[in-house]
Ligand binder design. Structure first.
Ligand SMILES: [Zn+2]
Length: 246
């Protein structure tokens, strides 16, 4: 804790004064363009890996970057997604998995979770992804299935989030775009699912001009508080993806 408190002190004395204009603006409200859903893993820092400023990402985190399918019962993810999409009007949703994900390792070995009933229940939301992998790659070891599962889980959660009513409505009217990412801790690479070919592509080398120009366009509107919506491309249908490793 001592290190944490020292960090707070350094932030207040050194960082805050340099960025005071930004924080004064943010004190009056937020207008994030992106809902960023990722794992609670301590090694993931969404703002660091995207170099986003405070106020730019509305972040939801949990074990395994999971989005439960919409249900009538209220949960933290459901409420946060509803608020981000319906109230804040985010334009993009990124679901970001990561390498070496402990939740995905556990999902491959549910028998290891007997003493963690809530974790086991929670990871049930990725059971379809596990089943897909075991069907596609019979005989592969759990360690061989881990990287494909990390990708498949992102796709699974992208399907789940479509069942949330506000997300479905905004996708149907092209007011929001859904992105599937995987972050590699060891290399810093970020791979984005390309719905056109089903492959997770390194954004560093494969960022299409069309996406780059759209991102630049979005950036120019940051903090505009205009409440309007850019039209974005309709999301492609799911179901025909393949893995880069294939
Ligand atoms: Zn994880």
């Amino acid at each position: 804790m001592r290190k944490l408190l020292k960090g707070v002190k350094r932030f207040q004395e050194e960082v805050f004064p340099e960025r005071e204009g930004l924080f004064q603006e943010l004190a009056c409200g937020q207008s994030p363009r992106i809902l960023f859903i990722t794992c609670a893993d301590s090694r993931i820092d969404p703002n660091l890996i995207t170099q986003a400023e405070p106020g730019e990402l509305f972040i939801c985190r949990n074990a395994g970057n999971i989005v439960p399918p919409h249900m009538d019962t209220t949960g933290g993810m459901t409420a946060s997604i509803e608020y981000a999409v319906a109230a804040l009007g985010v334009r993009h949703i990124v679901i970001c998995g990561h390498s070496d994900c402990g939740a995905m390792k556990a999902a491959l070995q549910p028998e290891s979770l007997v003493d963690f009933p809530h974790v086991k229940d929670w990871l049930g939301h990725t059971s379809s992804a596990v089943r897909v992998l075991k069907e596609k790659y019979p005989g592969k070891s759990n360690s061989q299935l881990l990287d494909p599962l990390i990708q498949e889980n992102v796709l699974q959660q992208m399907m789940h989030i479509r069942t949330h009513p506000y997300v479905a409505a905004k996708l149907a009217t092209n007011k929001i775009k859904l992105h599937g990412w995987v972050y590699d801790i060891k290399t810093g690479s970020v791979f984005a699912h390309n719905p056109a070919n089903g492959i997770f592509e390194d954004v560093r080398v494969d960022l299409p001009d069309e996406i780059a120009s759209r991102l630049a366009h979005d950036h120019s509107h940051d903090h505009s508080h205009d409440g309007g919506h850019d039209t974005v491309d309709p999301a492609m249908p799911q179901g025909s993806h393949t893995f880069a490793a294939e």
